[in-house]
Design a protein around this ligand. Structure first.
Ligand code: PNW
Length: 503
């Protein structure tokens, strides 16, 4: 018997459908739910803007291997991993994923198994300039040129990062980022790459995670998690006092600014660039206007030496007064160079740095620590907080008016096990990605201009001081045989990218 639908039901359905809600009512809808009067609700507003980039990200040192081939110079990571006791289990990136020799297979995998239409990779500076400056190594450039061709042939848009932490050792020997010469050398290298690749690469990221490589490499990065603090170190493993550290921070953003100018000057017309920063990301514990405002204020202050100075061209008053005599020594046009206009802002988002509530006294916000039982992912530092992927882009827009935003990294490590039948049931990673992307969709749905998302990472790789223990890939890698096996999350990602909607 056909069910009767009243006019009122039809009007209600039409109104809800326009809100992205489908409400069913009447006897058919109630079937299967005896005793319940009506209604099932289906949310359909999960889609992303047209033309959205769905990609994965990697970094040269973490996947390439071939550490001493084809004229490549040594990087600070080559030195660091060969120093006993620095890396878990004595692992090194000497071979890593052997991507240098297997890039064709890896690009095919990104297309076929992951369904990506974009890829963020990094360029190894010492492959291009073995001594940091001077004569470029043609074989180094040739590798990235071939990689880019392979990506273009697979309809995968290449996004290149110029500095993902592998400083040429020759430049470390000249003082590393403590020296003002390094920002200049970086700009020279960035301009050279723009000249060589911008006929095919339209987007460049200058520096990956200023905060991580500066704090990790020059003091040790402390991260608060429920019930404690986790310490992470990175190459070159130097320990500086506050004044010297502020100077390294200053040189890093100066290098970024000089590189932005060099890329715009020497790249083909329309070449775009911007930073890829893991911003400190305070999240309002309660989404009410006063707490949102407090979190936004905190975001500006907690990023003072990095994103804030790059996007505002000044250090905040609070940063300068806290630093006092340890404030960075700023010369001539430094601040103008540091804030050279960027075309987009990239942010790596893994976790909230803290939850925040409003507070009457200065500085206008109060950090709420993670509870001891706050849920965590596999990595020691990785507290769960999907809302970070909503508030991150939203604050980048509201604080600095970014016209384009990219999520340059997001993902998690899992304790992945390859079953005998060849499956990797990484349910935690699928849960993580779905929860975070739902929050990103909330942002794009409100008009925050996020243009693309890069999951970290295409495949398991060398996770810095944690060696091969923390697996972040959508594809499992057996590091003895180099066999790649897609995980369940690869299929999930492919379906999400295909639909252009969280699934
Ligand atoms: C990033 N934290 O590092 C890097 O860009 C990647 O090279 C790395 O493999 C990836 O994330 C996963 O770790 C981070 O403590 C290191 O919050 C530490 C943190 C976040 C990101």
């Amino acid at each position: 018997m056909p069910s009767r639908i009243s006019r009122r039901d039809l009007a209600k359905a039409a109104a809800c459908a326009s809100l992205g809600l489908v409400v069913a009512s009447g006897p058919d809808a109630a079937r299967g739910q005896p005793g319940q009067k009506s209604t099932s609700q289906r949310y359909t507003g999960r889609d992303f803007p047209k033309g959205f980039f769905w990609g994965t990200a990697t970094a040269a040192y973490q996947i390439e291997g071939a550490w001493n081939e084809d004229g490549k110079g040594k990087s600070i990571w080559d030195t660091y991993v060969h120093t006993p006791g620095k890396i878990k289990n004595g692992d090194t990136g000497d071979i890593a994923n052997d991507h240098y020799h297997r890039y064709k297979e890896d690009v095919a995998m990104m297309k076929r198994e992951i369904g990506a239409n974009a890829y963020r990779f990094s360029i190894s500076w010492p492959r291009i300039f073995p001594d940091g400056t001077g004569t470029p190594n043609p074989k180094g450039v040739d590798f990235y040129s071939r990689l880019v061709d392979e990506l273009k042939a697979a309809s995968i848009e290449p996004f290149a990062t110029l500095y993902h932490w592998d400083l040429p050792q020759a430049l470390q020997d000249r003082g590393g980022w403590q020296s003002r010469d390094i920002p200049k050398a970086f700009a020279e290298y960035a301009g050279y790459i723009a000249e060589k690749l911008s006929d095919r690469v339209r987007h460049f990221f200058t520096i990956n995670e200023f905060r991580s490589f500066v704090e990790g490499g020059y003091r040790g990065l402390e991260t608060k998690v429920g019930g404690g603090v986790v310490r992470l170190e990175a190459a070159p493993g130097v320990k500086l006092d506050e004044g010297a550290l502020n100077q390294v921070r200053h040189h890093a953003v100066l290098g970024h600014g000089l590189a932005v100018q060099a890329i715009h000057a020497r790249g083909k017309k329309g070449t775009k660039c911007g930073p890829a920063e893991n911003m400190a990301l305070p999240v309002p514990l309660i989404e009410a206007p006063e707490h949102i405002k407090a979190a936004e204020t905190a975001a500006r202050e907690l990023n003072a030496p990095f994103l804030t100075v790059m996007l505002e061209g000044r250090y905040t008053d609070a940063y300068l007064s806290t630093a006092g005599k340890d404030a960075p020594k700023v010369q001539g046009d430094d601040l103008k160079i540091i804030s050279s206009p960027v075309d987009f802002v990239g942010i790596n988002v893994y976790r909230p740095s803290t939850y925040v509530l409003a507070s009457d006294g200065a500085p206008g916000y109060r950090a709420v620590p993670f509870s001891a039982s706050h849920p965590k992912m596999f990595s020691t530092w990785h507290v769960l907080g999907p809302e970070a992927l909503y508030w991150g882009p939203r604050f980048v827009k509201s604080l600095w008016g970014a016209k384009e935003i990219f999520i340059t990294e997001n993902g998690c490590a899992s304790n992945d096990a390859l079953a005998a039948d060849g499956t990797v049931d990484d349910t935690d990673r699928v849960m993580f990605l779905r929860a975070y992307l739902t929050q990103l969709q909330r942002a794009t749905g409100e008009g925050v201009p996020v243009k693309g998302y890069f999951q970290w990472s295409s495949m398991d790789n060398f996770e810095w001081v944690n060696g091969y223990g923390d697996r972040f890939g959508l594809v499992y890698v057996d590091f003895k045989t180099q066999k790649r096996t897609p995980k369940q999350s690869a299929a999930w990602f492919r379906e999400t990218a295909r639909r252009n909607a969280v699934c």
